[in-house]
Design a protein around this ligand. Structure first.
Ligand code: SAM
Ligand code: DTB
Ligand code: SF4
Length: 332
């Protein structure tokens, strides 16, 4: 979808937008289900990048200390606990600029992925920048989806990060698609961007070929010591409008109501689910920040007559559409 179309959808009266998003949602998703995904930070802090929202950048005094890559046994224990708790996707995050083949740390990650992929959950990793070969090795080891967010518009991106470019992000996403992994790609609301920036980001994401398998919508969790620590919170209505617009633009994607839920009431989250969100991070911690308690989430789903989604470990990556350019479009 192009920017004009997205803008028209986004700016229609609130209830018309909800109605449209709900109709698209019901056409593509039969069951009243929400996927529960568990996050684990396998390598925390000390990151070389300067993403101004992130507590894990080594450049800011956020109180998050740099740690080593977690050992295999520890990760497996956490993954088993996630599965036993009802998660169907296990997402491992590392505070790295990226990974390079042939290094010990990449070999260690591949070993972790091989073992986690035996547990019957979807396996997602988010390790930063990837080349084509690294992407193939991750796919081979058992990764089903790679999370790499665009986070904001191409125009706003350089105001938020200076150590890598928006185009670097697109290149990694291309490598992930070429290797046959699903792409999980979304962004953050609350980085001082305009609504147009949010829609420009969605324009780029919705024009991926294939479209992403999942789109996480994070609301900034202002982290002490980072340049965005004093940012104004995003409003629930902005989040709901964005989720609804994503639902219409990327109908087959899981739309993941991601960071920031600790600031939202049950009623606000109910609106997000109505608007098309059908996945959440589940567990009381995200990577370094807090998340609602597991029982609170289960209680909320029950109140809304939603059930946790059944496992689908053999999930195939979406396929590209013929006659549509394969390169993600920038400035189209
Ligand atoms: N280093 C890798 C990367 O940048 O892709 C993976 C980890 S990074 C922490 C994953 C994503 O978490 C970011 O792209 C951003 O969308 C989200 N994130 C990080 N800090 C956040 C914060 N304070 N509030 C909301 N979302 C945040
Ligand atoms: C995503 O879009 N959100 C998750 C996951 N992908 C890796 C991360 C949220 C991080 C929130 C801040 C923190 O925990 O430090
Ligand atoms: Fe590093 Fe990722 Fe945080 Fe940026 S968002 S500082 S790349 S961990």
């Amino acid at each position: 979808m192009d920017f004009q179309e997205l803008s028209k959808i986004y700016h229609q009266p609130f209830f018309s937008l909800l109605k449209q998003a709900r109709a698209v949602h019901e056409d593509h998703w039969e069951k009243e289900e929400v996927q529960l995904c568990t996050l684990l930070s396998i390598k925390t802090g000390g990151c070389s990048e300067d993403c101004s929202y992130c507590a894990q950048s080594a450049r800011y005094s956020s109180g998050v200390e740099a740690e080593k890559l977690l050992g295999l046994d520890c990760v497996i224990e956490r993954a088993q606990a996630a599965r036993d708790g009802g998660s169907t996707r296990f997402c491992m995050g590392a505070a790295w600029k990226g990974v390079r083949g042939g290094t010990k740390r990449f070999e260690d990650v591949l070993e972790i992925v091989r073992e986690v992929s035996k547990l019957g959950m979807e396996v997602c990793v988010t390790l930063g920048e990837l080349g084509a070969e690294e992407a193939e090795q991750l796919k081979e080891a058992g990764v089903t989806a790679y999370n790499h967010n665009l986070d904001t518009s191409p125009e706003h991106y350089p105001k938020i990060v200076s150590t890598h470019t928006f185009q670097d992000r697109l290149n990694t996403i291309r490598h992930v698609q070429d290797a046959g992994m699903s792409v999980c790609c979304g962004g953050i609301l609350g980085l001082g961007e305009t609504v147009d920036d949010r829609l420009r980001m969605l324009e780029v994401i919705s024009n991926f070929n294939p479209q992403p398998e999942s789109v996480p919508i994070n609301s900034l969790m202002p982290m002490p010591g980072t340049p965005l620590a004093e940012s104004d919170p995003v409003t629930v209505f902005d989040v709901v409008r964005m989720i609804a617009t994503v639902r219409v633009a990327v109908p087959k994607a899981k739309v993941r109501l991601s960071a920031g839920r600790t600031h939202f009431s049950d009623e606000a989250q109910a609106l997000c689910f109505f608007a098309g969100a059908n996945s959440v991070f589940y567990g009381d911690k995200l990577l370094t920040a807090g998340n609602p308690a597991m029982q609170a989430d289960l209680d909320l789903l029950e109140k809304l007559d939603l059930s946790p989604q059944a496992p689908n470990p053999s999930m195939e990556a979406p396929v590209s559409t013929p006659d549509v350019p394969l390169e993600p479009v920038l400035g189209a």
